[in-house]
Design a protein around this ligand. Structure first.
Ligand SMILES: Nc1ncnc2c1ncn2[C@@H]1O[C@H](COP(=O)(O)OP(=O)(O)OP(=O)(O)O)[C@@H](O)[C@H]1O
Ligand SMILES: [Mg+2]
Length: 220
């Protein structure tokens, strides 16, 4: 099943086309795909993920998520699609500061019209080493714990597609490996992950590797 399709995506920042990180990118992402995108700093990897996630408009081209063309979608419809079908693991992904970690997860389940499933919340928090911290507020967690909590929030949504932009930056090797396992298991459930990473070891494990360079996505 096709989860996402990019058709001739181009992205220019500013009106005089000075910065064109994405010149022409087309890609089809299917259920079960683990895709890795590499490339030098500043080349446009985050830009591409923002476009796929409907957080940034394209200059031209179309993005389809689960058969819906998000480039022509109304804001409200797009917000709904993002909420239910796309998981974001970005550096600036936020937790709700006024809620404990456990409450953050329960809130997301209800927001995404998922049945409240406390067993799943417990299982995920335990796996991510956060069950003991479930009643802590985000401000009471370390950087790495916060990152793991964000990962829990993304998985609990059960999105079709997870967009992960260097998701293990604050994590030690043990937790970085564990997150990679969790993402692989997720893909094996018929979902898809697009991972941006500079980590060769991680990229090596992906079924499909690409390099973004001069606005074009090259298979590696
Ligand atoms: N809002 C913006 N306005 C103008 N230019 C921008 C904007 N956002 C990004 N850029 C430019 O677009 C280019 C690509 O940026 P992007 O953040 O996508 O790179 P990246 O590949 O994710 O880099 P890194 O590996 O350092 O995270 C950069 O040259 C950057 O300066
Ligand atoms: Mg980036």
């Amino acid at each position: 099943m096709e989860i996402c399709r990019l058709e001739n995506i181009k992205k220019t920042y500013g009106s005089d086309e000075k910065v064109t990180p994405i010149k022409q990118v087309s890609l089809s992402i299917n259920s079960g795909d683990f895709i890795c995108i590499e490339g030098p700093s500043g080349v446009g990897k985050s830009t591409l993920l923002y476009i796929i996630g409907g957080l940034l408009n394209t200059s031209s081209g179309n993005v389809f998520i689960d058969g819906n063309n998000i480039t022509t979608m109304k804001d409200k419809e797009l917000t709904n699609l993002r909420r239910n079908k796309i998981g974001f693991l970005f550096q600036d992904t936020h937790l709700i500061q006024a809620l404990t970690i456990e409450e953050n997860l329960i809130f997301i389940q209800s927001m995404c019209h998922k049945k409240k499933n406390l067993n799943k919340v417990k299982e995920l928090l335990t796996r991510l080493g956060l069950w003991e911290r479930r009643n802590f507020l985000p401000s009471e967690l370390s950087g790495g714990q916060k990152r793991r909590a964000m990962i829990a929030c993304t998985i609990i949504k059960e999105p079709l597609l997870i967009l992960a932009d260097e998701p293990t930056n604050d994590l030690d090797e043990y937790w970085a490996e564990e997150i990679l396992h969790i993402l692989y298991e997720y893909v094996n459930m018929g979902k898809a992950v697009i991972l941006v990473t500079h980590n060769e070891q991680w990229a090596d494990k992906a079924q499909k590797r690409f390099i973004l360079n001069k606005g074009i996505l090259y298979p590696k």
